[in-house]
Design a protein around this ligand. Structure first.
Ligand SMILES: [Fe+2]
Ligand SMILES: [Fe+2]
Length: 248
């Protein structure tokens, strides 16, 4: 029995045109086929696969049906987190989605799931992504302060959602946590954030995140051990579409 993770499948079986213009890096060539192959090799029916958001380019549920069917057909128990592209999934629709897909997919938002003696908690998160003003040496010298202020509001809202997930797990008696975010826990200006503070507060063992695509974005947040917590970036192109096992 194992716990696997990956993010950002960006499936587009029903909206191919838009996706073609965005996924131009060679890392995305036939990625659905490659990922499905890796899953069939590595994941067994008793395993769990957490998918960390940006599942589909569809803007409404009817445009995501084939993408969700593809995910359903993967081996193991599938738990989905919201990404910034997942327009089909409004927070208040989570219970409805869980009812609609009962026995097929699990939607993680303001709730929690369990794996052995661990609680799996999470939310989309948020990290300010600029715009930044960069000097000729490539160093950041300024940024859009208005956008930064706006991003603080989003961070606050997402922190509350994350706390709700942790508290749901605690109410079930769980004391060991794996924490999932779609966005990286910190941006390039930060060494810590409300998300890293909360991971510390509840004693999360690992913080798993995605969202960062392309070589130039892979090192913009925490990776490896910090304050006893393991931080891992698991966006699909970063993992070359091979789901990462994070617990046995
Ligand atoms: Fe993404
Ligand atoms: Fe994203």
């Amino acid at each position: 029995m194992s716990l696997f993770v990956i993010g950002d499948l960006h499936l587009h079986f029903q909206v191919p045109l838009k996706a073609r213009s965005q996924l131009t890096d060679p890392a995305w060539k036939d990625h659905e086929t490659l990922f499905r192959k890796w899953c069939s090799l590595l994941i067994h029916p008793e395993d769990t696969l957490v998918l960390l958001g940006d599942h589909s380019f569809g803007r409404k549920l009817s445009e995501c049906e084939e993408d969700l069917r593809y995910i359903e057909a993967l081996p193991g128990r599938k738990i989905l987190l919201r990404g910034n592209h997942d327009m089909f999934w409004e927070v208040k629709q989570t219970e409805k989605l869980n009812r609609m897909f009962e026995g097929r997919l699990l939607f993680l938002q303001n709730n929690c799931y369990f794996y052995k003696d661990y609680a799996l908690v999470g939310t989309k998160g948020y990290a300010f992504e600029g715009p930044f003003l960069v000097n000729h040496k490539g160093h950041i010298v300024d940024w859009d302060k208005k956008k930064q202020a706006e991003s603080e509001r989003l961070v606050e809202r997402e922190s509350q959602r994350l706390r709700q997930s942790f508290e749901a797990a605690k109410a079930h008696g769980y004391r060991k946590f794996i924490m999932f975010l779609h966005y990286p826990p910190t941006n390039i200006l930060q060494k810590s954030s409300p998300f890293t503070w909360m991971a510390l507060e509840y004693g999360a063992e690992q913080v798993i995140y995605a969202h960062c695509h392309g070589e130039q974005h892979f090192h913009q947040s925490l990776q490896g051990k910090k304050d006893g917590i393991e931080y891992r970036l698991v966006s699909g192109d970063h993992l070359h579409w091979k789901p990462l096992k994070i617990l046995d």
